[in-house]
Each structure stands twice: as C-alpha cells, then as structure tokens.
Design a protein around this ligand. Structure first.
Ligand code: ZN
Length: 277
C-alpha cells in the first residue's frame, strides 16, 4: 500500500527500529526493493533522486507498484533541490518530499522549506528537510567536522518550518568514505532528546553495522542507502562473470538486482524492520 513517510516513521520511532530508504532508478530496482520488503514484511521507502530518475516520467511507475504492494511503501523525492522538483513529485503522486536547502543560509532554508510544507501538507504529503550538511565521502577526511547540525538551530528550524522529519549531519557522508566514519553520538543523542519529530540519517553506506544500530537506538528512523546496494549488485555480477560467460543483458540485470536485493535484505534485518507489518 502507498503511504506517506509520517505513517512509517512514527511507528519506527515508537518501537525503535529503522526503515531503509533505498534509491531506485528504474522499474527493476523498484520491483526488487518492493519484493524484498514484502518477503521480509518490512515497510520500505523508495527514494527517487532527480539526477538518477525522471520524476514525471518514472515517478508514476514507482507509485503504481507501491499501490499494489502488500506492505507500506513510501514514494519519496530524495534531495529535491529545486522548487520544480517538489511540484513534479506532487504531480507524479509521491507521498513524501525531501526539500534539500542544506547548502543555503539558515533563513533561506527555512523560507523555502516552509513554502513546500504548506503545499505538501494540504494534500497529506510528508516533508523531510536537512539542517547542517551531509557532504561527500570522497572529501570526508577534510570535511568530517564541518556542517554538523546545531541543536538550538535545529529546534527553531523544526518549529518554524513544520516539517515531518529532520535529516541531521552527525558525521556520516554520501558515497564511499575516504577514512573511517566517526559518528557524533552525543550530538545525535542531544538532538533526539530535544526534537520530537523522527530523525533521518543520510550516507549510511559504509558507515558500519554497529554505528547504524547505535544510531537507531539514538533516534534515527530513516536510513538512506545507495552506494552499498549499488556495490552489492556489481559484486554479484562480477562473481557470475568469473564463473561463466553472461549469455545476455537480462541475465546480467538479474544478477545485479539479486545483489541489490540481498544487500537490502541484510539491512532490513540489521535495522530491525523485519516482520513489522
Ligand atoms: Zn542523501
């Protein structure tokens, strides 16, 4: 069933588990993600990033699959950086929008997020926004202590914008890390104590199982995954290729999606979202 983000994350917050937000970019990844969630009875968030998937063309395909699913599925705009991204997501039937203005000054971030919240809430769409900035893993050694979420600012940001969940910068990074991830659990704990809405962690790939499990205990409810799913798909294809010659593209695609699904299953178990629905 197609649901909004609030429905899924408030249950996760209450029961202290995490819901995977898996990037999808074609029908194969949508079907693999939903089938895995159904098999292990987990809610799932399908994250569509405008640079990877055409929101207007492909979004409705994801929405149709979500509607037919036997588990709660959120169709979510990942890192919508333009006003038009959010409007396209509304038109495509999404149930959740991330308004990412994390590189803008605070006042501009608040103003632009508020604008989308007003539109989205009128039609029961959830909104995620980011305060502080989760950067790129390739720069991690240089930037790991920059752009971290400030507690007082986060409290006023949540109050002023009326968002449904907050993406926090507490030491994770997008893509592959250069160096060892250092998560600021004290900062996360303080944010969690002070902020009533669910918290979101971007850049979970490569962050480490123990760090992610601990982050869930400290209030993280949505965990974004792309790189690890992508790497797992490529690794399984490599293994197939080392054993036998791939006969055709469909066989290659099947192997890639199997690797993607296996890794997603792994995280569903790690995050404790298995058998929740
Ligand atoms: Zn992200």
């Amino acid at each position: 069933m197609l649901v909004n983000l609030k429905t899924v994350l408030y249950d996760a917050k209450e029961k202290k588990y995490g819901v995977p937000a898996a990037n999808v970019w074609n029908e194969g990844t949508v079907k693999a993600a939903i089938a895995t969630a159904e098999k292990y009875r987990s809610p799932i968030i399908l994250a569509l990033y405008p640079a990877m998937a055409d929101i207007l063309e492909f979004g409705p395909v994801a929405v149709r699959h979500a509607m037919r699913s036997s588990v709660p599925v959120v169709v979510h705009l990942d890192h919508g950086q333009e006003f038009s991204d959010a409007i396209k997501a509304v038109r495509a039937g999404f149930t959740s929008i991330m308004v990412d203005r994390s590189t803008c000054p605070y006042e501009q971030n608040v103003a632009e997020v508020k604008e989308i919240v007003k539109i989205a809430h009128a039609i029961d769409i959830s909104v995620e926004a980011e305060l502080g900035h989760v950067g790129k893993g390739c720069d991690y050694e240089k930037i790991k202590n920059e752009g971290l979420t400030d507690l007082a600012e986060a409290q006023s940001f949540v109050r002023e914008t009326g968002i449904d969940c907050l993406a926090v910068a507490v030491g994770t990074s997008h893509g592959l890390y250069s160096g060892i991830p250092e998560i600021q659990f004290e900062r996360l704990d303080r944010l969690n104590q002070a902020i009533a809405i669910p918290l979101v962690l971007h850049g979970c790939s490569g962050t480490g199982d123990e760090n992610l499990k601990k982050a869930i205990q400290f209030g993280i409810t949505k965990l974004n995954l792309y790189t690890d799913l992508d790497r797992a798909g490529c690794a399984l294809l490599d293994r197939y290729c080392s054993r036998k010659k791939i006969a055709n593209m469909m066989e290659a695609e099947t192997a890639i999606l199997e690797g993607y699904a296996q890794k997603l299953r792994y995280y569903i178990e790690l995050f404790g979202s298995m058998k929740r629905v």
